[in-house]
Design a protein around this ligand. Structure first.
Ligand SMILES: O=C(CO)[C@@H](O)[C@H](O)COP(=O)(O)O
Length: 115
């Protein structure tokens, strides 16, 4: 099992640190980039500060983002340090879903190489 935890937009990043630093740590943090509830919402770029802070503090942590991710927002998320991407509308609404997934994977991999 790989435990994870999700942060709503209004939850300060500091609240997750004790869970990562614990002797039984979470291995993945999901930073919600929309309010949880439904797909098709607008990506909240201000959440990238949380992603950057986590990536700086925990270089090998899995950091997931969920909400409004697609070709127009993936680079911002990947360059902030997100390496797990949840995308609904941008994939299911695309004529070629595999091409969208491929583009997002490429962005994450390219940004990981810069670290
Ligand atoms: O369900 C939610 C939030 O609760 C969505 O964030 C989906 O998980 C992803 O949908 P898109 O934002 O990619 O359409």
């Amino acid at each position: 099992m790989r435990p994870g935890v999700a942060l709503k937009p209004g939850t300060p990043i500091e609240e997750v640190y004790p869970l990562i630093n614990s002797e039984n740590p979470v291995e993945m943090v999901l930073v919600m980039t929309v309010e949880p509830g439904f797909g098709g919402q607008k990506f909240m770029p201000e959440m990238m500060e949380k992603v950057r802070m986590l990536r700086n503090k925990y270089p090998s942590l899995d950091i997931e983002v969920d909400g409004g991710l697609g070709p127009s927002t993936i680079d911002v998320a990947a360059s902030a340090g997100a390496n797990c991407i949840v995308a609904g509308s941008s994939v299911f609404g695309a004529p070629e879903p595999a091409a969208v997934i491929s583009l997002m994977r490429k962005s994450v991999l390219e940004n990981q190489e810069k670290c």
